[in-house]
Design a protein around this ligand. Structure first.
Ligand SMILES: NC(=O)c1ccc[n+]([C@@H]2O[C@H](COP(=O)([O-])OP(=O)(O)OC[C@H]3O[C@@H](n4cnc5c(N)ncnc54)[C@H](O)[C@@H]3O)[C@@H](O)[C@H]2O)c1
Ligand SMILES: O=C(O)[C@H](O)CO
Length: 391
């Protein structure tokens, strides 16, 4: 028998039982559920990553829906348990759902939600921060100051890279990759870094191309060097040409170890590599070796191959900046992710249709109006034949 797991209960007499495997930021998501007659149980276990057995215990005998986390293994076992308990909905509190076996969810008729859009800019900002920190060696310089090593200005002290006029490469120019590219090239209110853009994606990003073209024209009209863009025909073209490369694809079998010993060898010796997508997109052992061999090559990593661990040697590399998967960690975004995840589950429980455009979820995030009667983003809506909202 599974060990009981500690919980906090909201609205004990609610008709629908919804479980959240973690406490999530904000209270709007809680209020939205309890106003719609849900009994909400939030797991309060102290351990960071719940096991499949813990989650089975949380699901229990009757459960209408679960809000879960990207650290959990949502496969056949959990979807079978949820379905047996009468559950019809699961939502990750994340846009990435490589921890979810969507085929298993389909088999048990469980809708799978994710939280796109609300984290696009926040994640892109962290990728941009890592790019700047790596280019200007901020973490190294901070450590130097704290160690009391600074004894006066020197011409060679922590010389880094000027981004202006260099080329930024983006692999995976979807929502986040495009937002990052726009930040590195141009910006609506300030000048941006005026980098030229090269990107590789399975699909053309015409919106991004238009932005960069318009900014290039603006610069030219003002007597400045225009920025340029190029859609690469292969990832290797980006790796060879770009000075800063940021990874933003989904993780699947086409992107596993996209960056490996061979592809690293094709990059510029002083290139900067940023990963805010998923750890296994990079072969981390090969990366550590590359960092050792190329001290001017720098990386900024938010995600790791075997989270929460780093491969041996990575933590000692001065040319690596490492942060603990915090790219979406702004208050507004995390509260919004919680709201979207809760509404995904609630929508399915209430029999609402699925929102027609998961790239435009703003109406669900407006705190001053009730959310639309729809699930914001269900990734297997088509496979389950769920109706789409006409709102
Ligand atoms: N570090 C974090 O905290 C954090 C936060 C948010 C998202 N993410 C990760 O970022 C990913 C992207 O999020 P998004 O909202 O931009 O998703 P998105 O679906 O808008 O973009 C993903 C892009 O990857 C492209 N792609 C897929 N396979 C590819 C391949 N083989 N080569 C090149 N491009 C490929 C797709 O065509 C798409 O344009 C998520 O799946 C998630 O894993 C991480
Ligand atoms: O996929 C995601 O959403 C991130 O990894 C966490 O925000």
């Amino acid at each position: 028998m599974a060990k009981p797991v500690s919980i906090e209960v909201w609205n004990p007499n609610g008709k629908y039982r919804v479980v959240s495997t973690k406490s999530m930021p904000g209270t709007r998501w809680i209020n939205l559920l309890i106003e719609q007659d849900c009994r909400l149980e939030i797991c309060t276990e102290k351990k960071t990553i719940l096991s499949v057995e813990d989650i089975i215990a949380l699901i229990g005998d009757k459960c209408d829906g679960v809000i879960g986390q990207l650290t959990e293994d949502w496969g056949e076992t959990l979807f079978a348990a949820l379905s047996k308990a009468g559950g019809k909905a699961f939502s990750n509190m994340a846009v990435g759902y490589n921890n979810v076996d969507v085929n298993a969810a389909n088999k048990y008729g469980v809708a799978v939600g994710n939280t796109p859009g609300v984290l696009t800019e926040t994640t892109a900002e962290l990728a941009a921060s890592l790019s700047l920190a790596a280019a200007r060696r901020i973490v190294e310089a901070d450590g130097f100051m704290r160690a009391g090593l600074y004894d006066g200005w020197l011409p060679h002290l922590f010389v880094g890279n000027l981004l202006k006029g260099q080329t930024v490469g983006v692999i995976g120019a979807g929502r986040i990759g495009s937002a990052y590219a726009r930040m590195m090239v141009l910006c609506n209110t300030v000048e941006g870094f005026k980098m030229n853009l090269i990107y590789f994606d399975l699909y053309q990003s015409t919106r991004l191309e238009k932005f960069v073209t318009a900014y290039g024209q603006f610069l030219k009209a003002n007597g400045e060097q225009p920025v340029t863009w190029k859609r690469a025909s292969s990832m290797s073209e980006v790796l060879q040409e770009a000075d800063v490369i940021s990874l933003h694809p989904v993780l699947d079998k086409t992107t596993y170890h996209l960056i490996n010993k061979e592809s690293l060898a094709t990059m510029k010796k002083e290139a900067i590599l940023i990963n805010c997508s998923r750890g296994p997109v990079v072969d981390e052992v090969a990366l550590v070796e590359h960092l050792k061999q190329n001290p001017m090559f720098r990386v900024g990593l938010d995600v790791f191959e075997d989270e929460p661990y780093m491969k041996p040697g990575l933590g000692e590399m001065k040319n690596a900046i490492v942060v603990p998967h915090i790219a979406s960690a702004s208050k507004w975004t995390r509260e919004g992710m919680a709201t979207l995840a809760a509404l995904n589950v609630l929508g399915k429980i209430k029999g609402y249709p699925v929102w027609h455009d998961p790239n435009r979820v703003d109406p669900f995030l407006n705190e001053n109006a009730p959310p639309p009667a729809a699930s914001p983003s269900i990734v297997n809506a088509k496979a389950l034949g769920l109706p789409v909202s006409k709102l």
